[in-house]
Design a protein around this ligand. Structure first.
Ligand code: ATP
Ligand code: MG
Ligand code: MG
Ligand code: MG
Length: 433
């Protein structure tokens, strides 16, 4: 008999199969036992009927312990009442690994408890669904950029400089020199774009975020495309097509997972319609001021979660906010052609309270301007000689952006907190397990 996965049950209706499983829960009476089973591909129910399997096997089934592993053999049936749609009528059980008292019981547990047991909590239906959606979004990312002529250029993780500001840097020793963990691969992607046209990086980034929020991790994954011969308007089109492609991928391939999370696909369908609205930072400030909800908010401030939530809620769609004040953005953004107080950039704000999922800009090309900005930002000029070379040898208009994978996952899955979106979250007070 072939061993199959639960996910393939639909191809084996009324057939006898064997599956390696763990027990997640059970309930039984004197005559029938219902075993909740998982195998990493899906969750479904096994039914053991005493009058069919006999005394001995029925007793074994009733005494199985939570998270014990075993093989079941039996016949697949349709089960219209379950999320999954199929169940197995069990005729045999072959034990594999015993389980001690499992710390995560079907009752509710607190956040800290679940975080301490993250290595086990990954087995839950909720985490299963989120990790499958994460995987789909990673798959769709590679498909999107490959289809659109990008090549992946990996940025280094250990760097000698700190473009996004020094307050959130992780410092380490690099033999007898100083080094930092990468906060962004962008500057290296710019070198990649000048070499290969359209490139992207997709790797871990690190920020010593010193405040606790629902949207900040210490270690997170960022997708950073960079494109030569490209202005900001075209970059915005690629950004929205990419985000819509991620949403569509989840709709096409993760309906079961969305069901497990109670995430309404109709809500997500709205986010596949393009274009997304675009407003300027100036307009955003006016909207926030007119709402009367933000006290004496003035032009020039950066937005936090309440402002971003308000703006995206207004449109009920992801919205681009364009051309922020130069003073609150990094040194490499292209100055506006007619105004010296703003730069050519945009953040994409997700609706439903999730805030910024993309930050991007056209890049400054004038080496003199960049040198001044580097000085103003208090950065060490010598660290950026190589970066200025990119402007000295055949510089072209170019633009790029960074999408935070976990931010996007949290939004698409509709989760409350970003810690759910990565297998082993690194948070302000947590580096275990
Ligand atoms: P925020 O304003 O939310 O702190 P940021 O402007 O500092 O974000 P960028 O430097 O623009 O972030 O980084 C690009 C993207 O990386 C962001 O749009 C977001 O999706 C993601 N990101 C930034 N910081 C974090 C973090 N600490 N944890 C998870 N994702 C993050
Ligand atoms: Mg930040
Ligand atoms: Mg920001
Ligand atoms: Mg940003």
């Amino acid at each position: 008999m072939d061993t199959i996965n639960i996910i393939d049950a639909k191809n084996h209706v009324d057939q006898e199969v064997k599956i390696g499983v763990w027990l997640t829960n059970k309930r039984s009476s004197g005559k029938i036992a219902f075993l909740q089973l998982r195998d990493g591909t899906a969750y479904f129910q096994g039914v053991v009927v005493k009058s069919v399997v006999g005394e001995e096997l029925f007793k074994m089934a009733k005494e199985l312990r939570q998270e014990e592993s075993f093989y079941v053999t039996g016949t697949i049936h349709e089960d219209a009442r379950s999320h999954f749609g199929y169940e197995i009528e069990i005729s045999g059980i072959e034990k594999v690994g015993a389980s001690e008292d499992y710390p995560i019981t079907p009752k509710e547990h607190g956040v800290d408890f679940l975080m301490d047991h993250r290595h086990l909590w990954l087995r839950s239906k909720k985490q299963f669904a989120i990790m499958k959606i994460r995987n789909e979004m990673i798959r769709a990312t590679y498909e999107f950029f490959n289809r659109n002529g990008f090549i992946k250029i990996d940025a280094p993780i250990l760097t000698g400089s700190a473009p996004e500001g020094t307050t959130e840097l992780f410092h380490t020793k690099y033999f007898d020199r100083d080094a930092y963990l990468s906060q962004s691969g962008q500057l290296y992607e710019e070198a990649g774009a000048m070499a290969y046209g359209k490139v992207f990086s997709f790797g871990p980034t690190f920020r010593a975020e010193k405040s606790k929020t629902r949207r900040h991790l210490i270690e997170f994954w960022m997708i950073e495309p960079e494109m030569a011969f490209m202005h900001q308007e075209q970059s915005l089109e690629i950004q929205e097509r990419y985000v819509a492609f991620l949403v569509q991928g989840v709709l096409d391939n993760c309906q079961y997972e969305l069901k497990l999370l109670n995430r309404d696909p109709k809500v997500l369908e709205k986010y596949t319609k393009l274009p997304y609205p675009r407003i300027s930072y100036d307009e955003a400030i006016k909207m926030l001021q007119d709402s009367g909800k933000f006290g004496d908010l003035e032009w020039g401030v950066d937005f936090g979660s309440p402002e971003e939530t308000y703006l995206a809620e207004h449109f009920q769609l992801p919205v681009f906010v364009m051309n922020y004040p130069k003073a609150i953005k990094p040194f490499y953004m292209k100055p506006h052609p007619t105004r010296d107080d703003v730069v050519i950039c945009a953040d994409l704000l997700a609706p439903e309270g999730y805030g910024e999922i993309i930050g991007g800009s056209e890049r400054a090309v004038d080496p003199q301007y960049l040198t001044e900005q580097i000085k103003k930002a208090g950065l060490n000029e010598a660290d950026y000689e190589w970066y200025l070379d990119l402007r000295r040898y055949g510089s072209v208009p170019h633009a790029g952006f960074g999408l935070g994978l976990e931010r996007a996952i949290t939004w698409i899955t509709g989760e409350e907190h970003i810690r759910e979106s990565i297998p082993f979250p690194r948070l302000l007070n947590r580096i275990y397990p």
